[in-house]
Ligand binder design. Structure first.
Ligand SMILES: NC(=O)c1ccc[n+]([C@@H]2O[C@H](COP(=O)([O-])OP(=O)(O)OC[C@H]3O[C@@H](n4cnc5c(N)ncnc54)[C@H](OP(=O)(O)O)[C@@H]3O)[C@@H](O)[C@H]2O)c1
Length: 243
């Protein structure tokens, strides 16, 4: 039975991914900073899919604990999925360095810290899959996603570099770039329905990408073309846009 590790397992997207992998017979390792919040999720997954489902304490910002966290996993996962992330109001972050710092550290530094450890393990094993949930916000810097977008841009670049570095070791890396998704993170935002995915759609796309060894996926698919247009707007025009 293959095993998947979910980092940031209380997230709405992660819960949907856990269900998708559970439905396909994967054993589940749920890791989050608040393990109490994982108990009901764990019980539900066990009942629904009758698969092994374990819970592990993990804080993306506690870098010093990451190696011992990974070493302590009773079974090493075949697939490691990095889902955690934070998106604060950019205006609040602009006025509060602590929020800016936490947004960079969670979305980028914490992700690199734990994925480097998983990557080294997989590289030695000559097999394994890493999935990173980045964002279309990282495709081009803009004012409304100034810090969140730049941290996700760094994370996307890291995932692409990791894919290149680990190819020779038979380790696959999937970059996931969602547009809007209905989750706790976006519940306050007025999202355009046709462009907004349900977490279950993201989960199906992630499972499919792992199975088919896809490199980069966008959810919903049209975001690939939206971002292509946005990336090609000439800078003299782009800098004047309220975007
Ligand atoms: N929703 C969207 O529109 C959208 C679009 C593009 C990309 N994404 C990305 O998708 C991923 C999942 O987000 P979501 O939409 O499912 O939002 P969510 O439900 O708010 O999930 C965010 C998760 O990150 C976890 N987290 C935050 N700081 C952490 C830390 N220091 N250590 C461990 N876990 C931490 C949270 O854990 P707690 O429960 O402990 O707070 C929570 O489980 C994120 O990386 C996000 O940037 C989302």
């Amino acid at each position: 039975m293959p095993t998947v590790l979910l980092l940031g397992a209380t997230s709405d997207i992660s819960v949907a991914i856990a269900k998708e992998f559970g439905a396909h017979g994967y054993a589940l390792q749920l890791a989050a900073r608040n393990t109490e919040h994982l108990s009901p999720i764990q019980s539900d997954l066990k009942i629904r899919y009758n698969v092994d489902c374990t819970v592990h304490a993990f804080d993306a910002l506690n870098y010093d604990s990451h190696q011992s966290f990974f070493d302590s996993l009773p079974v090493k996962p075949d697939v490691t999925i990095c889902v955690f992330g934070v998106m604060y109001e950019e205006e609040d972050a602009w006025n509060d360095w602590k929020l800016t710092h936490r947004m960079i550290d969670t979305n980028y530094t914490g992700a690199v810290s734990i994925l480097n450890i998983a990557a080294k393990y997989y590289s030695a094993q000559k097999k394994g899959t890493i999935v990173g949930i980045s964002s279309v916000a990282g495709e081009r810097g803009r004012q409304s996603k100034l810090i969140y977008g730049s941290a996700k841009a760094a994370f996307s670049a890291y995932l692409a570099g990791l894919r290149n570095k680990l190819f020779k070791d038979n380790v696959h890396v999937v970059s996931v770039k969602p547009g809007f998704v209905y989750t706790k993170m976006t519940e306050e935002l007025p999202l355009p329905k046709p462009l907004t995915a349900q977490p279950e759609e993201v989960a199906k796309a992630v499972f499919n990408a792992v199975e088919k060894k896809k490199n980069t996926i966008y959810t919903k698919w049209m975001w690939k073309y939206i971002m292509l247009i946005i990336k090609n707007v000439p800078e003299p025009m782009f800098k004047k846009m309220n975007i």
